[in-house]
Unconditional design. Structure first.
Length: 272
């Protein structure tokens, strides 16, 4: 059965979006085949849209990585979903997902602002294996000890501060840390270079995908971590390989706000 899809991206973090009402979810093998950039469509995540599951929401979405695994949250994906169903209208939308609902606002210039989760630092809720909650942890990997901040933005993240993202060992450390025994559900690993109190550079090795052009929840996690280490202002420009995100976090107990582009590339159809 052929079904329509929309190819979209947020700063190069790319997706296919499928309206899945009445359809069976594709198998993990089929998702991997569709994600193949030489023999399939090619994408970082499949965004699967369904009818709202609670009153007040405009849609319900699920996220599947290129390896077929399901992710809990995707900030760039949420912006693309808002843009797809909201078009160019300047309006607010409520996007339901497994962890609750996020608020999205579409601006006149087409950029989308999303109210992400309140950051979660409790190790058992991230999840992360630790005896007690700390702002920074040391962890053994590749024969060395590194310092990380650990936080959930609806999905688990670890953040390292590096001198230069250009020379950071993203693939090596991203793989080893992301699969470390202290992360029972694996984790997304961010490499953060602080340029100023209101600007950072960031590369993210994403769980189930590898290094991406951009990671919205990763940008949020980096700013939250940088603020918890007293390095950053409440509002920070995050420079990723694919472009710039604006992140704002007013502190503990408050949600993180993320603003960036959401672009439609093309539409097509495929066999599920």
């Amino acid at each position: 059965m052929r079904v329509p899809f929309t190819k979209m991206h947020g700063l190069g973090n790319d997706f296919i979006v499928i309206r899945g009402d009445g359809l069976a979810l594709p198998s993990a093998d089929r998702i991997r085949a569709l994600a193949d950039r030489r023999r399939g469509i090619g994408f970082d995540q499949l965004l699967w849209l369904e009818a709202p599951r609670q009153a007040g929401d405009d849609v319900y979405y699920r996220i599947f990585n290129t390896d077929g695994s399901e992710a809990e949250q995707c900030g760039n994906g949420a912006r693309c979903i808002a843009r797809l169903i909201g078009g160019h209208s300047q309006r607010e939308l409520h996007l339901g997902h497994a962890g609750g609902s996020v608020l999205a606002r579409i601006a006149a210039d087409g950029r989308v602002t999303v109210e992400m989760a309140v950051p979660e630092f409790c190790p058992t809720l991230i999840p992360f294996v630790a005896e007690q909650q700390q702002s920074a942890y040391t962890i053994e990997v590749a024969g060395e000890t590194v310092q990380i901040g650990v936080v959930s933005m609806g999905n688990p993240h670890a953040v390292l501060r590096v001198d230069d993202v250009a020379t950071a060992r993203v693939a090596q450390l991203g793989t080893l840390l992301g699969q470390h025994v202290r992360f029972p559900n694996r984790a997304n690993i961010g490499f953060m270079q602080v340029m100023a109190a209101n600007r950072i550079r960031l590369r993210v090795f994403e769980r189930g995908v590898g290094e991406t052009e951009a990671c919205g929840t990763g940008a949020c996690a980096a700013v939250v971590t940088g603020r918890s280490w007293s390095l950053l202002d409440p509002e920070v420009s995050v420079e990723l390989p694919g472009g710039m995100l604006q992140i704002r976090w007013d502190g503990p107990g408050q949600p993180v706000w993320m603003t960036g582009d959401a672009v439609t590339v093309f539409e097509g159809s495929t066999e599920l």
